[in-house]
Design a binder for this molecule. Sequence first.
Ligand code: OGA
Ligand code: NI
Length: 343
Amino acid sequence: MEKLVSGWSTSRTTLPESYIFPLETRPGELHFGPDGNSNIPVIDLDEDHNHDQTSIIQQIIKAGQEYGIFQVVNHGVSEELMDETMKVTKEFHEMPDIDKARECSKDPKMRCRLYTSSENYSTEQLHYWRDALVHPCHPLEEHMQFWPENPTQYREIVGKYTEEVRKLASKILELISQGLRVKPGYFSGELSENPIVLVNHYPACPEPGLALGIAKHCDPSVITILLQGDVPGLQLCKDGKWVVVPPLSHAFVVNIGYVLQVMSNGKLKGAEHRVVTNSSVARTTTSLFIYPSNDSIIKPETTLTDACNPPLYRAVQYKDFRSYYISNAADAEKVHEFMDRHT
Ligand code: OGA
Ligand code: NI
């Protein structure tokens, strides 16, 4: 495996050439303070606080239309479990490279794996300032046996965490299905059959203005639920400008993915986002991606299209979409072209 950034970065005061992005895509001077104009919606999922369910649904749909991203509070996942998950995932990435590699080589199908930069390390021209641990999480009994056994509490804590966050994802998807007026349970079958955990780690970076943790992309998921902790780094591209998604204690960031954009025929927007680094602290995040099964067909839901709203996207098997997405490094324009009904 390529050398993990966390293994060599601490001794550097400048970036290797292959991590320096060109002027157009590098972040440049970074301001993490509250910029006052991001206004990314924060939605309280507790009906007792927030009027009633209809109002929560409206807020989610509006956020999905205008931003493609929002944060949720009073979401039902225990704060203690969120803290423990943050702690154990940080501990994982703090282990020596050799131990991390060993902990991620138990799965004969290599679905639990560790990589650096991106899945295209060997072919990409420039590298990203991140290491990633990825593994499936459902059904738990089937996959947990291949997860890291060190740190010793990893399986227990991340197992509990993913079960809780999966429930939260189902709840949010159920609210979205009501908001879109599609049938109840629309997302609960094959469209959410393949949830994946991704633990990203972005070490402190000597020249954060020149590097990227992850380039601009839209997740290839239905939705993604992100625990970002208290270190900023996630940015949303809103009306052509980058805005910080501010860390909010014990909130989750919810991202609309490209699959939901297609399914809703563009009514909900997949959020275009990226990750930047900073020079003082490492940042560790845990995402749960709700992915469809490989064989499912993704397409605009027929009840959401008619003569005035013709389908914008064609029907594609998820595995074909996914391999196109990965091999084109998530390039939004190419993905649009691939999905465009007229091509
Ligand atoms: C991703 C992603 C955000 C983050 O992994 O797709 O956007 O803050 N991660 O780590
Ligand atoms: Ni993403």
